[in-house]
Design a protein. Structure first.
Length: 251
C-alpha cells in the first residue's frame, strides 16, 4: 500500500474509532443512562430490564458501526436469534464478541471477569444485569454458586447463558483449549447446548489494537453450527467427552 494511502487509511480509522468510542461512553450516558435509572427505580424485575436495555444499547452501537463502515456486513443466521433456554458456547476472536451476542439476545446472562465487578458504576451495571463474576475459584467460587441457585428458573423461563469456553480471545485466530465450566452448568440444569461460531470480528477490531479497521471489505458472521441435547443421565456420558465433541466442531 502506498505511504499516502496508508496514512489516509489510518486517519479514517482514527476518526471512526473516536466516533464509536464517543457513542459507546458519552453517548451511553446521554441517551441510555436515564432509561437505566428509570428501570432501576420502577421496574419490578431490574435484572431483566437491564438485560433488555443492554441489548438495545448494543444493537444501536452495531447499527452505527455498520453505518460508518461501508465495507462491513454482519450476517446472523436466523436460527441464532431464535435460541432460548440454552447454554450457548462460542469461539472468541475479539472484544466485540460478547457485546455482539448481547445485541442478539434480549434475555441473556454471561460470565465476566471478576475484576470488572470492582470498577465503580460499571460493576454495579454488571451486577444489576445478573452477570456472573468469574474467579480463580472456578465453579466453586461464591459468585458462581450464588448465581447458579437461580439459574435453573432463569433458563427455563427463556433466558440464555452464553460462555466463551476458551476463556480469553484468540490472538492468532486459532482455537484455544476449552474450559469445562459451561458444560457442567448445562449438565446441572439439563439444558441444551447451542454451539455458535463467530467469524471475522477480529478483522474489524483486532486484539491488541486500539483502532477499528474501517477501510476493508469484511463480513462478520454468526452461525449455529450444532444443536446438542446430551443425555446427561446416560452411563456413557462424560463432561470431557462433551468438551472434546464441541471443540472438534470448530476444526
Amino acid at each position: 500500500m502506498p505511504i499516502r494511502m496508508h496514512f489516509l487509511k489510518r486517519i479514517v480509522d482514527l476518526l471512526i474509532t473516536l466516533i464509536l468510542w464517543v457513542y459507546y461512553i458519552p453517548g451511553f450516558l446521554l441517551f441510555f443512562l436515564p432509561l437505566y435509572l428509570a428501570a432501576f427505580i420502577f421496574s419490578p424485575n431490574r435484572e431483566i430490564a437491564f438485560q433488555r436495555l443492554n441489548h438495545l444499547y448494543l444493537r444501536s452501537f452495531f447499527f452505527i458501526v455498520r453505518a460508518l463502515v461501508p465495507g462491513l456486513k454482519i450476517r446472523v443466521q436466523g436460527a441464532v436469534t431464535s435460541v432460548r433456554s440454552s447454554v450457548i458456547v462460542c469461539n472468541h476472536l475479539s472484544y466485540l464478541d460478547p457485546i455482539l451476542l448481547i445485541s442478539l439476545f434480549p434475555k441473556h446472562k454471561t460470565i465476566v471477569k471478576g475484576i470488572f465487578f470492582k470498577v465503580p458504576i460499571f460493576g454495579w451495571f454488571l451486577k444489576t444485569s445478573g452477570y456472573i463474576p468469574s474467579s480463580a475459584g472456578g465453579m466453586a467460587s461464591s459468585g458462581i454458586i450464588e448465581s447458579m441457585e437461580r439459574m435453573g428458573d432463569y433458563l427455563s423461563s427463556g433466558g440464555n447463558l452464553f460462555i466463551f469456553p476458551e476463556g480469553t480471545r484468540s490472538r492468532d485466530g486459532k482455537l484455544g483449549r476449552f474450559n469445562d465450566g459451561a458444560f457442567k452448568i448445562a449438565r446441572r440444569f439439563g439444558t441444551p447446548i447451542k454451539v455458535l461460531q463467530i467469524k471475522n470480528t477480529n478483522l474489524l477490531f483486532t486484539p491488541g489494537k486500539f483502532l477499528f479497521n474501517t477501510c476493508n471489505q469484511n463480513t462478520i458472521e454468526v452461525r449455529l453450527i450444532e444443536d446438542l441435547n446430551p443425555d446427561y443421565k446416560s452411563d456413557t456420558f462424560s463432561i470431557s467427552g462433551l468438551v472434546d465433541q464441541v471443540h472438534a466442531l470448530y476444526i
